[in-house]
Ligand binder design. Structure first.
Ligand SMILES: C[S@@+](CC[C@H](N)C(=O)[O-])C[C@H]1O[C@@H](n2cnc3c(N)ncnc32)[C@H](O)[C@@H]1O
Length: 261
């Protein structure tokens, strides 16, 4: 496959089915993941945070409840709307902005975060553009914290384990998603195929099929990209907060500091 011609696509629920996003993306591991991000932010003395891929606000609400000054931005207006309506229901005054991480300018923050494989939706060239823009939204010495699947550890067994069959009822609508994935190791694409069945009472089930790819990386590749875009890697971890192990950790959670100049 020619890397340049490969279109990554996006999961169906980002735009077409935003009310299903939380059912698919929030799990019993979400609170532990958010707590780990918070620990890392705290260790860097962070007070202000821009979540540039906030989705429906999982990290934003978690951090706001713990006293951080947080703003969320995301390029899916449908997900931003979900986040805003959650904030309203919780009676919280939080700013959510419709913006693309490659060019949105919100201010100068102690930290920028993009959590849950969000950078996988960007091509490598676009991730470099985003890194320059992240720098522009950070104070000198500010940190960028993000996670992405570790290409080096995604074996065929892991791909097998990624198979999912999730069923949920969202506002009376029964939604089932059967997902399977494959890997293009040469280009670093994790390709997922979703098959949704949406059953509303008294009507024929709707079927939606959708495929999308995530651009994934090795830790070394990330270090090089961060280095040439004005960041110094402070630490790399797995999603339990343990030190990163190149051929074992499924995810690379990176803390990178903006270099001055
Ligand atoms: C897997 S979701 C994670 C959302 C949230 N961080 C969470 O943990 O629930 C990835 C998010 O990245 C956003 N995203 C992807 N590409 C983006 C871009 N170029 N600019 C801004 N947001 C983007 C998507 O709209 C989606 O909300």
């Amino acid at each position: 496959m020619n890397n340049k011609e490969h279109k990554l696509g996006l999961p169906f629920e980002y735009q077409q089915m935003p009310e299903y996003f939380d059912a698919h993306n929030i799990s019993d591991q979400t609170a532990a993941k958010n707590a780990l991000i918070e620990r890392l932010l705290k260790s860097q003395n962070v007070k202000t945070v821009l979540d540039m891929t906030c989705g429906t606000g999982s990290q934003v609400f978690y951090l706001a409840a713990r006293g951080y000054e947080v703003i969320g931005s995301d390029f899916s207006p449908a997900l931003i709307e979900q986040a805003q309506s959650k904030a309203k229901k919780m009676n919280r005054d939080i700013t959510f902005i419709d913006g693309d991480m490659r060019n949105v300018k919100v201010g100068k923050f102690d930290a920028v975060i993009t959590i849950f494989n969000a950078i996988g939706h960007l091509t490598k060239a676009d991730f470099e553009t985003a890194l320059q823009n992240i720098r522009a939204n950070l104070q000198d010495g500010g940190v960028y914290i993000f996670d992405i699947f570790n290409l080096q550890a995604i074996t065929d067994d892991v791909i097998d384990d990624f198979k999912m069959d999730i069923q949920n009822v969202v506002r009376g609508v029964h939604i089932r998603n059967i997902q399977h994935s494959e890997i293009d190791r040469e280009n670093g694409f994790l390709i997922s195929h979703d098959h949704y069945t949406i059953s509303k009472e008294n009507s024929e089930p709707e079927i939606h099929k959708n495929s999308f790819s995530l651009q994934i990386y090795t830790a070394k590749e990330l270090q090089a990209m961060l280095g040439r875009n004005g960041f110094e890697v402070v630490g790399q971890y797995d999603m339990n907060g343990n030190d990163f192990v190149a051929d074992k950790s499924l995810n690379i959670l990176t803390v990178a500091k903006k270099k001055s100049g």
